[in-house]
Design a protein around this ligand. Sequence first.
Ligand code: FA5
Ligand code: MG
Length: 497
Amino acid sequence: MFHLAPVSRCSIFGLPPGVRCLLRPQCTAILRRYQSNDARKRSLTIDGKSYPSDSWTNAPENILIQYGRRLHVQPNHPLSIARQLIESCFPGFQHHNSLPGVVTVDQNFDSLGFASDHPGRSKTDTYYLNQDTVLRTHTSAHEVDVFRANTSNGYTICGDVYRRDAIDRTHYPIFHQIEGALTWDRSAFKSSEHFSQHIQNDLARLGSAGVDVEDPNPTFHPERNPLQAKHHAAEEAEAIAAHLKRSLEHMAVAIFTAADKALKASDHAAQEEQEPLKIRWVEAFFPHTSPSWELEVWWRGDWLEVLGCGVIEQPLLIRADVPSRMGWAFGLGLERLAMLLFGIPDIRLFWSKDQRFLGQFDENKPIKRFQPFSKYPAAPRDVAFWIPDAGAAVVETPATTSSSPSPAGGQITAAPPPDTPSFHENDLMEVVRDTAGDSVEDVSLIDKFTHPKTGRQSLCYRITYRSLEKTLTTEEANDLHEQIRRELVARFGVELR
Ligand code: FA5
Ligand code: MG
């Protein structure tokens, strides 16, 4: 099932030497999983399947070479440990950990009821292999298929997901999600009351999560968070929502108790800090659930967004040929939880093959905090440029803002701008990744300026170079930076300042 290509086809040879030496160990993965079929990339081959390129193709090599690493099932990998901890909160569920990351546009968007003009579909947010095929932006892409197979009431799906996104210590273009869903068959009950009562009984069996929960909003709000009145009786959806929230509160308690224990075991100061865990429910929007919420957890001084969830849109279950089933679904990001569980400071570390990293985790022992083994010096460099006269710039990456339109749903607060902007921040991020790979720790907008007379817009970004594996020399950082500057001119026609 793997495609074997001659080594010369690995186009890491076109990359700068500083980056090549970081990527070389990954060459085996390229050979096994992914092949760019010719120099002009008329097609891409992934897992033995060929995808003809077209004007939508935007999945770059630096992403595709990571495809198929399957970190979430690698023994003793922190992502695998976090996954197992979450799976253990859902006894009796079926766990799907091998669904492929390449999906159709239909699976990723249409099957979930995404509007045809949803911003998440845009090429600035999503990696396309071609107009019909994407690297999944969320594990929800498999919901309809798994519901259709209908082999269990409850299931989880874990896997790698891909988003064109910002670069910083908590964002990486590939991360992992775990999806969970539970449905009940309404046709097995005489009436809506019996059905609702059955779910209430299941809820009672879950017991209290023993945690302080803030949930200020009513279950339904006619505009912000509507009941699917066409399909659901209020008492049915109430029961499902209550079961959903309680199940996820139990899960949050399990995760954060483990995180607390690990922190206390490693740090005397942390032992004194006794602030209890708090959970709050925030109204949200996803095309595939209604009503919807995000769960946030107050942990060590911050509200952290942990997951999105809601009552499954009935049309989705109808599309999956299980019209009599009703239930809930959630999706969460594994890296954020694993970073907090183990105290991992930089999301790039999950991709490390360094034994000093991997050797610290053991799935058969209690969770232990990560001990940083080295910190190489940071080399910040700024790049300032005028964007071309012709268009506007989008400098706020939507997916990084909570509840904003993301490639996986999010709040739609405004219609997308009618004119395509000439510069999108995610394009800059892509140039940085193409050129410098994982040698960049952070890219931040530090200045934005509109010329009072000409109306031209100038942007200044600080790119922080720092490898996790070696000290970058001044010359290497300068070289990478110079290449990025040249690429920005070549690709977007910006004028460097
Ligand atoms: C989704 O992806 C929805 N599919 C979740 C869902 C599933 C809702 C089922 C309803 C029912 P969202 O884009 O908010 O939603 O991502 C879900 C979670 O993934 C977030 O709460 C966060 O924990 C994590 N996440 C999102 N973007 C990133 C990112 N760039 N880096 C790391 N984690 C992220
Ligand atoms: Mg979100």
